[in-house]
Design a protein around this ligand. Structure first.
Ligand code: F0G
Length: 442
């Protein structure tokens, strides 16, 4: 089966070889899709194959991405696949979060339980495999921390040199520590993510270095499996809605493509709505949607959820398309709403990073505005692990989280306190039995 690249712009749709080292259309600079001449005639049989592979110990079958390879058939040589058994993430029922949001039931698909702790691994196994198919020796990305951690790990597995461009002082230490350990060359750039993205795009265009941000359409092929795996885990019972945080908008774009392809190929007969949630002051997609603008309305992004602190998301047109295809929507939530939702997710025994909590915060808001019905079958996708950014969590529980805080290894300025509504601060107690029993109320 041959794969090719195709421009998403309706008045262009140029087709080029999948082996071209470009991530935008050479004619109009539009975004590209990986496309296939799918030959699937019996989707039920393919679903059975997916299920049977769960019993196999073959390395491709053990991957929660490559198990579904019929739906991303761009690599015909299994020996070239770079996998760390990514995907395979659980879906948890979350009764506290359901009650908090006003839903009858709520399920959380926890992508933070991937090998490097975020959903990026689903995309990176595909992106680094394509890099290997292209004989690349050096790969690069700009990142708010998770892409870089994931790329560094997969590049290390593949024996490639990894270069990461990160905004100085703006990524969580959990993420920075990962790329350092995995041996990536780490460039801390002055400025924000959007500037780092601009630099890495220019440099990869002009050199041999292969770009692995989500503008790379092969990344999105891997991320499609978040939806595919979720449906397979639910016995192909289609939820009404999938809720996902929005940053650079790669994930929401891949969800849209997965749902459209599954529908077109006859795997599903209804499309779940894709609802994207952004932080209130990192809201370019929401602004663009509300203003019905044909061009992206960029913003200077601010949020403590540093993973989604992005004002000029590269995949915005694909995200728009995902919302169109699925009758989806984009909304925004405040820093306070994110912080409280994160603590509530914790009460269900599930730990996520701040960006992931936009989902539960967004569902609560959309129930209140009656956009979501309390009976809806909703799956929220948690994108990153709690341990990525423990400072945020500890500050929240110690009543010490500020919306505008400037950290230069230590806090040097703070403003606009976030209320620690569900604080659970540690208790200082002397190492004496009587005192401990007193604290325990025994
Ligand atoms: N959640 C987490 C934990 C993320 O790391 C990101 C993006 C998102 C949500 C947003 O996903 O970009 O596909 O809309 N992190 C990127 C990075 C930008 O560099 O790690 P998106």
């Amino acid at each position: 089966m041959s794969a090719y690249l195709q421009c998403i712009e309706e008045n262009c749709q140029k087709k080029i070889s999948a082996a071209t080292k470009t991530h935008v259309c050479p004619d109009c600079s539009g975004l590209l899709d990986v496309m296939y001449d799918f030959q699937i005639t019996d989707p039920d049989k393919v679903k059975q194959t997916f299920q049977q592979r769960r019993l196999s110990n073959d390395s491709l079958d053990l991957s929660g991405v490559w198990r579904y390879r019929e739906l991303l058939p761009f690599c015909s040589d299994p020996a070239k696949v770079v996998t760390m058994q990514e995907g395979n993430t659980p879906i948890y029922e979350a009764p506290h979060c359901a009650e908090y949001t006003g839903l009858k039931r709520l399920h959380l698909k926890h992508q933070g339980l991937n090998p490097t702790g975020s959903f990026k691994d689903n995309g990176m196994t595909a992106g680094v495999t394509q890099a290997r198919l292209m004989n690349s020796r050096m790969v690069a990305c700009a990142s708010t921390g998770n892409t870089s951690a994931s790329m560094a790990a997969y590049a290390a597995r593949a024996g490639m040199k990894a270069v990461i461009f990160i905004p100085d002082q703006q990524i969580a230490f959990g993420k920075l520590s990962q790329s350092l350990d995995y041996g990536a060359l780490t460039l801390q750039l002055e400025g924000d993510f959007d500037e780092a993205m601009k630099m890495v795009k220019e440099i990869t265009e002009e050199s041999e270095v292969y770009l692995l941000n989500s503008i790379n359409p092969f990344r999105l092929e891997g991320q499609k499996t978040i939806i595919i795996e979720m449906l397979a885990q639910r016995g192909w019972k289609i939820p009404d809605r999938v809720v996902v945080p929005g940053g650079n908008l790669g994930n929401s774009s891949s969800f849209g493509k997965a749902i459209k392809e599954l529908h077109d190929l006859g795997f599903i007969d209804k499309m779940p709505m894709v609802t994207i949630i952004q932080a209130l002051r990192a809201n370019p997609l929401h602004k663009t949607l509300i203003d019905r603008s044909a061009r992206l309305i960029r913003v200077e992004a601010h949020t403590l959820a540093t993973a989604i602190k992005i004002g000029n998301p590269v995949s915005w047109k694909k995200a728009m398309r995902a919302m169109e295809w699925t009758r989806g929507w984009c909304d925004v939530v405040s820093e306070q709403e994110i912080a409280d939702a994160k603590a509530m997710i914790g009460r269900d025994g599930v730990g996520c990073e701040p960006a992931s909590a936009t989902t539960v915060a967004g569902i609560k808001k959309l129930i209140q505005t009656k956009e979501i019905d309390k009976d809806e079958d909703v799956v929220a996708v948690l994108t990153g692990n709690l341990l990525k950014d423990p400072d945020y969590t500890v500050n929240y529980h110690q009543n010490n989280l500020y919306e505008k805080a400037l950290y230069k290894h230590e806090l040097i300025e703070r403003k606009d306190k976030i209320q620690s509504t569900y604080a659970n601060a540690p208790v200082k107690v002397k190492a004496r039995k009587a005192e401990i029993l007193k604290v325990l109320g025994l």
